[in-house]
Design a protein around this ligand. Sequence first.
Ligand SMILES: [Zn+2]
Length: 492
Amino acid sequence: MKGLKLATAVVACGLFFVSPVLASGVEHSSSVEDPGMYAELLALLEREIGAQLTRHLQEEGRLRQVTVSVAVDPQKRRMVVDFGPGYLPGDEQNYGELFLIPLAADLRHYSDQAGLEILDVEFLFQGKPIEAHFPEDHPLPRTAKSRSAHTRALVSSSHGYIALHPSRAWEFQRPAPLGLQEDVLSPTYGDELQDLLEQRSGLVVHRARSRSKDPHPESGYPWEQMSSRYHLKALFPERADIWNELPNSPSSDREVKEDIRARPNYANHLGVDVMLSLHTNGNPSPGVRGAEVYHHRTKPEDKALGDSILCGMREVIHAQPGYESFPIRAESVAEGHGENRIGTMPSVIVETAYHSNPEDVAALQDPVFRSAAMKGVEKGYRLWATGKSCGQFALQPISDIEVPLQTSRDVNVSFLGNPQYPLGIEVAVADCRPPGVCTPWKGRFEDPDAPVKFEVSCSSTRPGTVRWKVLMRDADGVAAAPVEFNQSCVRA
Ligand SMILES: [Zn+2]
């Protein structure tokens, strides 16, 4: 609901203030030298944010008017929202993430619609970031563990039933506007990712939620549908510091906030090397879609992991028929999720697709998409952990070759990128002179350490020429663009 009102406001604004910007050139960098260009948009956003905050504070039982100022730096694709006195969400409120993160998503979305591309939305509180107000709660510098020494991961599939306070009515945490329930779906993505991390990365994988179908005694729902908080309570009844951090909070959603903390608390307790949180996203505008990754703004070193995961997802998802143009964000976005903040290890949130967009909902229910998305996440993690950059799978050109009659030669195939073995190779006939005497070949390469090569021969006693087309496809369906070369059979 919150987003709808903002949508109406900004669309109205867009009619009057966006057109001149678009008319002066679509490149955002060159067209927005004048910050006054956005004055009206910013004033509108300030009013809307102020109204949303007033409603949010009312829901928390507080009547308060808070001043809001908004500034943008289009060059840096950055928006800064500064809240005046009266709003400073602390530890008990999870630093406001349940209000601020959806708000930041709205601001990005509506800025995009207004022709102003925003990546980072930074919130200040009387001119200072939240970390400056609560420095003791924000993470310490990382102990430098070599990434290649990684052995263990926590895969945290989002959400599940929580009890409201004080009624103890049980509810899923996320809305399901198109009938797809993130709370139930994401563990199936976790299963897929766990298998891949075990098989391909060689990690021991821990899970934040139970996968048992037995009933949870208090709610009667299956354990696999319960939030991590209750699973961890059952595993560690004495460790209320993991799963019951807010026992005195008056908020009706206090167990939601505890659940957000419980998952990274568990990661810290386990001492895992990486925490990967799996979500689906939601937006009041059904047109918003695609894959996104988030890291915490106080842990900028995690951006490289997020970027690598997006790159892996792009490669594998786009290789699947029907998903060639599935939207995938270019970069990991800095945000303020407690899930990424609390863990002392590299931590990112993968929002695989939007459960509020019809095309994304269809993809999320497709096992082909699920498998490809999670293969991409594992690959992106693995390349980052082993210090490799995520580059496109591409064959190097193959030189033309002359082969004396009744002999044979090896042709080596070299390539760029990080294809998943085994590799399938197809040497097809593009042209054959004289016609009908050329025999195509297909092969498979299992060993990543062995050279990829094939033999070409001239068994005839008469000269001829063949143009070969070499195609290569990896185990995940990622294909390199074909390359062609000529083989001439010549008299010695
Ligand atoms: Zn989620």
